[in-house]
Ligand binder design. Structure first.
Ligand code: ADE
Length: 244
């Protein structure tokens, strides 16, 4: 059965897309679903679009209509945890929607009627992804120097926050850090994918390269960072994971 590889933005999937031996393409729900082989693996690539609804639609279609066996999401995120620096990589182990708040009917962050605020990634998948990331990060990455990053990139594993906001404010960042001190990174899709995969009881894993610190500091050139760092990381780590 097919493995799904999904990103939000075209730039995040570009390098994997270039490595795909496409066998067929389908159009559905405003999305292109590209089927083919990546190494020895039968895969379908799809751009989800940005945000939780786009991610949930994509995930539900992949799991139901296209009956994929599991899902790998790859893209960028803002670093939240201390020591989670631009150029580092985060493998998500737990996911929480930081903008979910149905209080006082339900506790803050709890997805109503599920009794849960945190949804876990598939542990064996996340282990494989982390092992792939470790192998790739051990290689020198010349592109990082072009962004003034001199330290070796680190791998982090743990809680990722998702919400329908691009966080670019020191105040919001500090609030999230204070409220959810174990959060490593913030993005806009992971927790939605986690919830849909829990509904379908299907495994998934999420890989995020840190593109910014989610604060109001001067940001790196985002499109160039995606092209030169995040997209090649995604390709190399996904390939290393599939081969490992
Ligand atoms: N993806 C990359 N950086 C992000 C940020 N600061 N907030 C939300 N999603 C992101």
């Amino acid at each position: 059965m097919t493995l799904a590889i999904v990103s939000a933005l075209p730039e995040e999937l570009a390098a994997i897309d270039a490595a795909l031996h496409t066998t067929r393409t389908e159009s559905l729900a405003g999305r292109q679903w590209r089927f083919g082989r990546l190494g020895d693996e039968e895969v379908v690539l799809c751009l989800a679009g940005v945000g939780k609804v786009a991610a949930a639609t994509t995930t539900a279609l992949l799991l139901d209509r296209f009956a994929v066996r599991s899902l790998l999401f790859t893209g960028v995120a803002g670093g939240l945890g201390p020591g989670v620096a631009v150029g580092d990589v985060v493998v998500g182990r737990e996911f929480l929607q930081h903008d979910m708040d149905a209080s006082p009917l339900f506790p803050r962050w709890e997805v109503p009627l599920t009794g849960r605020s945190r949804f876990g990634a598939d542990a064996p998948w996340a282990d494989r992804l982390a092992a792939g990331a470790r192998r790739v990060l051990a290689q020198p990455h010349a592109a990082l120097a072009g962004f003034g990053i001199v330290q070796a990139p680190a791998l982090h594993q743990g809680l990722i926050l998702s919400g329908d906001q691009f966080i670019a404010s020191g105040a919001v960042c500090r609030r999230l850090q204070a409220e959810l001190p174990d959060a490593l990174a913030v993005e806009m899709e992971g927790a939605a994918i986690a919830q849909v995969c829990a509904d379908f009881d299907r495994p998934f894993a999420v890989l995020r390269t840190i593109s910014d610190r989610a604060d109001d500091q001067a940001h790196v050139d985002f499109p160039r960072f995606l092209r030169e760092v995040a997209a090649p990381y995604s390709r190399d780590i996904v390939m290393a994971t599939l081969q490992g």
